[in-house]
Design a protein around this ligand. Structure first.
Ligand SMILES: Nc1ncnc2c1ncn2[C@@H]1O[C@H](COP(=O)(O)OP(=O)(O)OP(=O)(O)O)[C@@H](O)[C@H]1O
Ligand SMILES: [Mg+2]
Length: 272
């Protein structure tokens, strides 16, 4: 605990990235993306999810994992994707706990055998590739083989690609046309609305035992404007604002506090 948590009477640090999957904030816009992805997996299809940095893409994938909880699904999360094709498959084998050989062919065989074993056990594998905008082109070239992997015309796995908006820009290139055409669900995480930002702050404070409107409405409006919908930025500015307010022995976070934080962190002119 820190002095600012004592000052405000919080029972934990708010705006921390340590948040349990079942406690994630899911306003209607995010709920609908989680619902679409669950449906995508149930239909054995593939998806791409894009959104700006800090918009909450990785948290949405955690909410999907939570929502799929009881279903016969084996979700493998790959985020170390700045790799060439062979190393990507090795990483995938490692994540799946299957042995990998030395050639790309051996590795691909290991993955496909594993997928078939799971199919026999009636477990459906889902490969979730985060930061997919960083995939090497040769890995992207190969991914369409995985997305096309079927037995008796039934898809044996789902691939979900998650990344920054430039991922979508790469997928629409002629070279990636066949992979793109297999991604039936194309979802984008939109920036927060002002009401979303207010709701998020309320939820985060409520989670640490504070049910008061600690941030005044014009403070929230300013914070929203400056962070342009990035939850990670909301976390950082709100955290600094609470610390500054506590240092100044204030009981509310008002507009001048947000302004001071934004100024000192270079969001507004006149920083140090
Ligand atoms: N649904 C949510 N519930 C609670 N907190 C969230 C949620 N979404 C995002 N956050 C907060 O915002 C931070 C950034 O979210 P996240 O890592 O999901 O963004 P991202 O879009 O994956 O960013 P990047 O493009 O940099 O990978 C999280 O660490 C968390 O603190
Ligand atoms: Mg992320």
């Amino acid at each position: 605990m820190t002095s600012y948590t004592d000052h405000f009477g919080f029972n934990a640090v708010p705006f921390s990235k340590d948040i349990d999957d079942d406690k994630l904030w899911l306003p209607p816009s995010k709920k609908s993306i989680v619902g679409d992805l669950v449906e995508c997996v149930q239909e054995r299809k593939h998806a791409v999810v894009t959104g700006e940095s800090g918009a909450g893409k990785t948290c949405v994938t955690r909410a999907v994992r939570h929502a799929l909880g009881n279903q016969a699904v084996r979700l493998t999360y790959c985020h170390n994707v700045t790799l060439g094709r062979r190393d990507f498959y090795r990483h995938l084998c490692h994540a799946l706990g299957v042995p990998y050989g030395s050639t790309a062919g051996d590795v691909f065989l290991s993955v496909t055998r594993h997928v078939e074993d799971l199919a026999r056990e009636r477990v459906f594998p889902v490969f979730l590739v985060d930061e997919a905008h960083m995939l090497h082109q040769d890995t992207l070239d190969h991914l369409h083989i995985l997305t096309n992997y079927a037995w008796d015309s039934k898809s044996l796995l789902s691939v979900i690609l998650v990344g920054l908006p430039e991922l979508e820009e790469r997928l629409v290139l002629r070279r990636n046309r066949s992979l793109h055409s297999r991604l039936s669900y194309r979802l984008s995480i939109e920036p927060l609305s002002p009401d979303d930002t207010a709701d998020y702050i309320r939820m985060r404070l409520g989670a640490v035992g504070c049910n008061k409107e600690l941030f005044t409405s014009d403070a929230v409006a300013m914070l929203h404007e400056a962070t342009s919908g990035s939850l990670r930025d909301v976390d950082r500015v709100a955290h600094s604002a609470l610390r500054l307010a506590a240092r100044k022995k204030r009981k509310l976070v008002e507009r001048d506090i947000i302004q001071a934080v934004l100024q000192s962190s270079g969001y507004l002119g006149g920083g140090p």
